[in-house]
Ligand binder design. Structure first.
Ligand code: 0O2
Length: 237
């Protein structure tokens, strides 16, 4: 059921909105932690470095509604602002981003509203990240409501770039000098290059370790065969 807040009293309905979206952050946060733990159990490494969750401030929600030409009402907030509940998932490698996204959207209670792949198609600013808008069911005492959550998944390096660019954007109120914008686009390219090199380094290390483990297992197998044949010889005596 789509979440429709009770709008008879503005303060109560804002509290209801906060309750529902906070619950949605908890649900998605727990799902991500479970996936990370299971991944560690199976593959011996954590794809998620860390997770940040936040509820958008009422001021930012009103600003977004204004930007899109909507009146500032509680109904409009819930209907038109997709990132009241926002989760940022920071991964080590680009490949982890797609793994996490796939594992999450394959869960039967998650409905995907939109996917924006700014890794394949970066923004003109140089911004890279993988964005999902999903809904998750929230079980209230008398009904189940679907709450929207914006999930941004990116690498540590992409996050470093985005945080700095965000600060610069706000410092110049969106009108940074051209040479700074150009420099940021160049830094974004360096970030992509760094991510690609770190991924290939990680793949190489993983292959090397797998190779060593295979050699070790082979050696141990041979040792075992030798000691078993020793036993056979002793039994023959
Ligand atoms: P904040 O303060 O982070 O919440 P929308 O405006 O959300 O209705 P849009 O613009 O199509 O629709 O959404 P998009 O492109 O998916 O971007 C949503 C969020 O992504 C932004 O939220 C930012 O957090 C982040 N983002 C998008 N583009 C950039 C960028 O060029 N640089 C940085 N640093 N972050 C970006 P908000 O609400 O704009 O901001």
């Amino acid at each position: 059921m789509e979440f429709v807040p009770d709008t008879r009293n503005d303060i109560d309905s804002w509290k209801e909105v906060q309750l529902v979206y906070n619950s949605a952050l908890k649900e998605i946060g727990t799902k991500l932690e479970i996936l990370n733990d299971e991944f560690h159990h199976v593959h011996q490494y954590n794809p998620i470095e860390h997770i940040k969750a936040r509820l958008k401030s009422p001021e930012s929600i009103v600003k977004k509604l204004k930007k899109h030409g909507y009146e500032s009402t509680i109904q409009n907030m819930v209907k038109y602002v997709n990132d009241i509940a926002g989760i940022r998932v920071i991964c080590s490698f680009t490949s982890d981003i797609y793994r996490i996204a796939e594992m999450l959207i394959n869960q039967s209670d998650i409905k995907v509203c939109s996917v924006k792949d700014y890794i394949l198609n970066p923004k003109p600013s140089g911004y890279k990240s993988y964005h999902l808008i999903v809904t998750v069911p929230i079980f209230l005492s008398d009904r189940i409501v679907d709450a929207k959550v914006e999930i941004q998944i990116r690498t540590v390096a992409m996050d470093f770039w985005a945080s700095l660019e965000h600060k610069i954007y706000y410092k110049f109120e969106g009108n940074a000098p051209e040479h700074i914008k150009k420099e940021l686009v160049e830094c974004a390219m360096m970030v992509s290059d760094l991510d690609a090199r770190m991924l290939s380094l990680n793949d190489e290390v993983r292959d090397l370790i797998a190779c060593r483990q295979a050699e070790e297992a082979k050696k141990n197998g041979m040792k075992k065969q030798i000691s078993e044949s020793d036993v056979d010889v002793m039994e023959d005596l």
